[in-house]
Design a protein around this ligand. Sequence first.
Ligand code: GTP
Ligand code: MG
Length: 204
Amino acid sequence: MKVTKAEIVISAVSREQYPEDLLPEIVLLGRSNVGKSSFINTLIHRKNLARTSSQPGKTQTMNFYQINDVFRFVDMPGYGYAKVSKKEREKWGAMIETYLLHRHNLSTIFLLVDSRHIPTEDDQLMYQWLVYYGLNPFVVLTKNDKLSKIRKKKAFDNVAKTLGITDKTRIIPFSAVERTGVETSWMIIEKYLESEPFGIKNED
Ligand code: GTP
Ligand code: MG
């Protein structure tokens, strides 16, 4: 998709603030600092539409970015950042859960994990939670440029094994620096945009 228009629609903290139309939404989930905002910027060729930072915990709201008035990316607050208070973490958890379980616009999910490490306990819990609710995500291995060729292969295998993913097409090595995985991610997005949003079954 050639991106001709990209704008933030809202930084939401509650359900009432979600956009009211029926545009499909592609969700980015993952630990703080894993590269969610960079993923969006890389795909749409903008340096800083989604705010990025070397400081973890930057994205504290659900940010809705509208692309070509055709779909939206939803950049979620990152989980697993120790310096955020327990109360704050619970608030974010509830915010993310409410969205994932009730948002009928939800089209598909990219769960981002850092390719330099084995998925953390938080990553594993998030993945299992999604699968349990029938929200099987694509897993994006971020910062792949930081690994040697051999370690890239190891990282791929480790993630598949740790999360129990047998369908390897659901794992996407990605680099915001080398633009690895950009084309694959767009192919997935375009395929999902053609089908019914799958969150609809959870609508209440
Ligand atoms: P929060 O908003 O805190 O949850 O973080 P985030 O997941 O949005 O991460 P963000 O995109 O802000 O990236 C965090 C840091 O990692 C930034 O310094 C990015 O430049 C860097 N980064 C992200 N993706 C890549 C990548 O593919 N390669 C390299 N080398 N650095 C990356
Ligand atoms: Mg961010």
